[in-house]
Design a binder for this molecule. Structure first.
Ligand code: 6GU
Length: 288
């Protein structure tokens, strides 16, 4: 058989059952923490922590700066499930495996997913430390046929050919803008298109220029496949990128390129603001 089976519905059901048997929490909000943003999970109260290695049939994440655990907890009385550390294609996992935890969240009862990531800024108006609300994505691996929904479709998740227009919920973005205003974070605020590439190498100058021509404002190595899986099964999505470095788009430039240390450091510097933003959004979620 040449058709991808991925994780069957039943396999994901048994993963979610494993978790539901071990926690009384029934979160309707999920968070995926990007590089350097694991503090989002740390701020939860009454945490119940499941390291990926202790969850049967779960992959394990291998990147420095990513803890690799599912955290259940409360934020001002609201139950949350948080992926502290995500799976990346460059670790060697297929996109459908990387996106699988989103389906676990679905069976746990998640209705709204907040995804965060560290990204390189392509838009010339961006500066390091900006927060970009994602209004759309370009799923580059998808251009080549590598989509998390590739393979047999199980209609219990969603349709064979799901639309991806309005993948990033407008109502949630408007709410997030209000929260950012209240927190005086407007000066760091951007809104734009996130482009996912597989990594792990950063982009060449010519590749960055090509992505800019395509309309991308930021580039990173995650998120798009998770959002596709979420939209497929009817979870609404809010996404934001922390701009950790600015892409140098000149050939023969002496300026240094992005490095993982810079990405981590910017994450640490703006962590508190991101946490406040996410908390504020979650507090107001009932209103949209
Ligand atoms: Cl410049 N590129 C990619 N692909 N991912 C990043 C990045 C750049 N900066 C942070 N993450």
């Amino acid at each position: 058989e040449d058709v991808i089976d991925g994780y069957s519905y039943e396999r994901i059901e048994s993963i979610s059952k494993f978790l539901l048997d071990r926690t009384k929490q029934r979160p309707e909000i999920g968070i995926i923490c990007g590089t350097g943003m694991g503090g989002l999970a740390d701020m939860l109260e009454d945490k119940e922590i499941f390291p990926y290695k202790d969850i049967p049939d779960f992959p394990v994440s291998t990147v420095p700066g990513h803890s690799g655990r599912l955290v259940f907890g409360n934020l001002n009385g609201k139950s949350i499930i948080c992926m502290q550390g995500r799976f990346h294609v460059y670790e060697g996992y297929s996109v459908w495996k990387c996106a699988m935890p989103v389906r676990v969240m679905k069976l746990i009862g998640v209705k709204t997913l907040i995804v965060t990531n560290a990204a390189g800024g392509l838009n010339r108006n961006f500066t390091v430390g900006d927060i970009m609300f994602i209004k759309d994505h370009i799923n580059f691996p998808g251009f080549g046929g590598d989509n998390p929904l590739r393979g047999r479709n199980d209609d219990r998740w969603g349709p064979r050919f799901p639309p991806m227009s309005n993948a990033y919920d407008l109502g949630l973005r408007q709410l997030a803008r209000t929260v950012a205003k209240e927190l005086n974070l407007e000066k760091y605020l951007q809104e734009g298109v996130y482009c996912m590439l597989g990594g792990p190498s950063y982009e060449t100058v010519s590749e960055m220029m090509a992505l800019t021509l395509l309309g991308a404002d930021a580039v990173g190595m995650s998120t798009a496949h998770e959002v596709i899986a979420a939209r497929h099964c009817g979870i609404r999505v809010f996404g934001m990128s922390l701009i950790t470095n600015i892409c140098v788009m000149e050939h023969d430039s002496e300026k240094p390129l992005a490095n993982h240390e810079e990405v981590m450091e910017t994450g640490n510097r703006r962590r508190k603001d991101l946490e406040k933003l996410v908390t504020g959004i979650i507090m107001k979620l009932d209103t949209v």
